[in-house]
Design a protein around this ligand. Structure first.
Ligand code: 0L1
Ligand code: MG
Length: 261
């Protein structure tokens, strides 16, 4: 049995080198406590390299994803400044293993989330809402993991892009959202797929972060969860996501590197 520190180092190396590792065998499945302890160590290694915490993400917020992993609870991951990308950037896929993209709703906080807020209380902590893309990249072979594995892997956090900001009172309860790759698949959904309403995810972020001793502050971003299934990213394509009244996010992916001679 490897230590929590060893497991965190393995996952951090996998992310840093963009080389996947196997998930833990079933007889070594992690408890939720140990999984969040490993996540804390994984994030601490990023901070030791100079990255800064900038917010949180909720994962497994749709019924479809919960079913896929066989759970009934959402999970928390932590975002750092190194994960932020601008819409105008050309996204280089080199640092990722097998990245996928999800259209999400994001909140920008005006102050810390209380420990167990109602959705209405959580809304009072919001400075702005925005459309967002989340880039997830499991550090496990074949994107295969159980609940403990994925929590330890910082909920597959890898990148995010924020779109235009809107006032907190903007109606985000049931927005039709679609996402497509220029050369491939398209997915459609609604913001209502995010725990019934993205504010329920924000309230869950308050509860889960307090339980893990993670604090939030003004300016932090909270990604509420995916409105559709994730789409695998392919080099050279353009991702276009339509968020209806919240506008669009279009992101260009760098072309593949030339073959080595
Ligand atoms: O953001 C998400 O819902 C993903 C959480 C982790 C599960 C996955 O990588 O698909
Ligand atoms: Mg997500």
């Amino acid at each position: 049995m490897t230590s929590l520190q060893d497991r965190a180092a393995l996952l951090d190396d996998a992310a840093f080198a963009a080389r996947p590792v196997p998930q833990l065998p079933p007889d070594q499945a992690l408890s939720i406590e140990d999984a969040y302890a490993i996540q804390a160590l994984v994030v601490a290694q990023r901070l030791a390299r100079g990255e800064r915490l900038v917010g949180l993400k909720l994962g497994l917020t749709s019924k479809a994803k919960m079913k896929q992993v066989g759970v009934n609870e959402v999970i928390l991951g932590q975002l750092t400044d190194a994960m932020h990308r601008d819409e105008g950037d050309s996204l280089d896929l080199g640092p990722f293993i097998h990245p996928r993209v999800e259209p999400e709703i994001a909140f920008v906080l005006r102050g810390p989330l209380p420990p167990d807020p109602t959705p209405e209380e959580a809304l009072t902590c919001v400075e702005a809402v925005a459309p967002a893309l989340e880039i997830i990249d499991s550090r496990y072979d074949g994107f295969r993991f159980d609940l403990g594995d994925v929590i330890a892997d910082n909920a597959s956090s890898a990148g995010y892009v924020l779109g235009r900001e809107f006032p907190p009172e903007t109606d985000i309860g049931d927005i039709a959202i679609s996402i497509a790759m220029s050369d491939g698949p398209e997915e459609t959904g609604s913001s209502a797929a995010i725990l019934g309403h993205p504010l329920n995810a924000l309230a869950a972020a308050g509860r889960l972060s307090a339980a893990r001793g993670i604090t939030t502050s003004a300016g932090d971003v909270v990604l509420a969860g995916a409105a559709t299934a994730a789409i695998p990213l392919s080099a050279g394509a353009v991702i276009g996501a339509d968020f209806g009244p919240l506008g669009r996010i279009d992101l260009r992916l760098s072309p593949p590197p030339p073959p080595e001679t």
